[in-house]
Write a protein that binds this ligand. Structure first.
Ligand code: AMP
Length: 124
């Protein structure tokens, strides 16, 4: 199920570098390599979870609480907590999840516009 060769697994093993924003015993947060907004960071659990579905099923309550609290800490560290920011969690093929290790995207630093681009809404 879990692919040990996914890019975030390699980051967690220090095989490839990352711009760390925050790290604790169960969470790592780092800047996205291809930012879609002035602030674009990713928050991931250190343990092996493919998606939010997997995380909800298998993670401990402590891991779940740590991930949520770390996410808000990252928003604070990046200076977007008070002006507003967006969390995106892609889960599975319809969402276009590319990396099969759970990650929260934190986006902010400018007005982000509607939740989905108009051209995508028109596809429905
Ligand atoms: P998703 O489509 O939700 O799976 O998002 C995957 C995200 O991972 C994209 O925003 C990529 O830009 C980002 N990403 C891929 N490789 C790296 C990397 N080495 N370091 C930081 N972010 C990455």
């Amino acid at each position: 199920m879990y692919d040990d060769n996914n890019i975030f697994a390699k980051i967690l093993r220090d095989e490839i570098p990352n711009k760390t924003v925050l790290e604790d015993s169960s969470v790592l947060a780092f800047d996205d390599i291809n930012p879609q907004a002035p602030v674009h960071s990713l928050v991931i659990p250190k343990n092996k979870y493919v998606s939010l579905n997997d995380f909800a099923e298998k993670a401990t309550d402590t891991e779940i609480a740590n991930l949520v609290r770390a996410t808000v800490k990252v928003a604070y560290e990046k200076g977007v907590k008070d002006n507003g920011y967006r969390l995106i969690v892609n889960i599975g093929p319809n969402s276009h999840q590319e990396v099969p290790h759970l990650h929260f995207h934190i986006l902010g630093g400018r007005k982000l516009g509607p939740m989905l681009a108009k051209k995508h809404r028109e596809l429905e």
